[in-house]
Design a protein around this ligand. Structure first.
Ligand code: APR
Length: 228
């Protein structure tokens, strides 16, 4: 059986990285139109780089928590395939030893807006950085902004079509296309479970809901899946 897992900011919350829409979340402190859209970047690239430089520094200083560790164990030990699709741009799934498809990109990546070359992002990026490939001063974080096409959508869709079990962990289910994955999984006949601190707006679409902090609930869920 194939398990497809979608993670959101809630899986990294207990690693200190915060979320977007909780109280004191990132979007309560920054205007996403200014720091997470192509238009905002065109208007003020220095502001956008400063926003992602701060998030990159927090992410490199963060440690995976028990939820990341449990998902890496599941991916390693489950008898079938376990696909982790993350909306997160931190590297905590990888730091825990898991592979993840980053549909919104990654803070560890940089991209040239002119020639589309990609490379490992330095800790701090600035508008005067030059692209290592074409030399243009048009480098940006390799992050998917609002209004841009998420990454890996074709392969994600094929995984969802083959899912026997779909789990959404630590996501409010507010942002598409990720918020629609549960419907794709239901169409494929998968069982569905939501693991979240509180029921999300789409909780009713899931067969099962496990409520609580990811670092406590996810290890218990993984133990259940791995027990003979
Ligand atoms: N354990 C489990 N769930 C948690 C925890 C926790 N410790 N803390 C918070 N949560 C839940 C919240 O209840 C909320 O439902 O995690 C969810 C976080 O929701 P959002 O802040 O909306 O984050 P996310 O769903 O990942 O946002 C999706 O929106 O802004 C864009 O690109 C950005 O990838 C992001 C996307």
């Amino acid at each position: 059986m194939k398990i497809v897992i979608l993670t959101g900011a809630g899986v990294s919350a207990e690693s200190g990285l915060g979320t977007f829409r909780d109280k004191n979340g990132l979007w309560t402190r920054y205007d996403l139109n200014e720091v997470a859209t192509p238009e905002g970047f065109a208007r003020d690239p220095a502001k956008v780089h400063a926003f992602y430089n701060a998030r990159r520094r927090n992410a490199v200083e963060a440690e995976p928590n028990a939820a990341h560790d449990a998902l890496a164990t599941l991916q390693r030990e489950f008898r079938g395939e376990v696909v982790i699709v993350t909306q997160n741009v931190d590297g905590l799934h990888e730091a825990a030893g898991a592979d993840a498809l980053h549909m919104h990109g990654a803070l560890s990546g940089a991209r040239c807006a002119a020639c589309h070359a990609t490379w490992g992002a330095p800790l701090f990026m600035s508008p005067t950085d030059l692209c290592p490939s074409c030399g243009a001063s048009s480098t940006r974080p390799d992050i998917v902004w609002f209004g841009e096409m998420p990454m890996h959508m074709e392969v994600i869709q094929s995984h969802l079509n083959e899912a026997g079990l779909f789990a959404a962990i630590g996501t409010s289910g507010e942002v598409y296309p990720a918020a629609g994955f549960v419907m794709e999984a239901l169409r494929a006949g998968a069982d569905t479970v939501e693991i979240n601190l509180e029921p999300s707006g789409s909780a009713g679409l899931f067969h099962r809901r496990l409520i609580g902090p990811a670092s406590e609930v996810v290890p218990r869920w993984v133990d259940e899946l791995l027990s003979p």
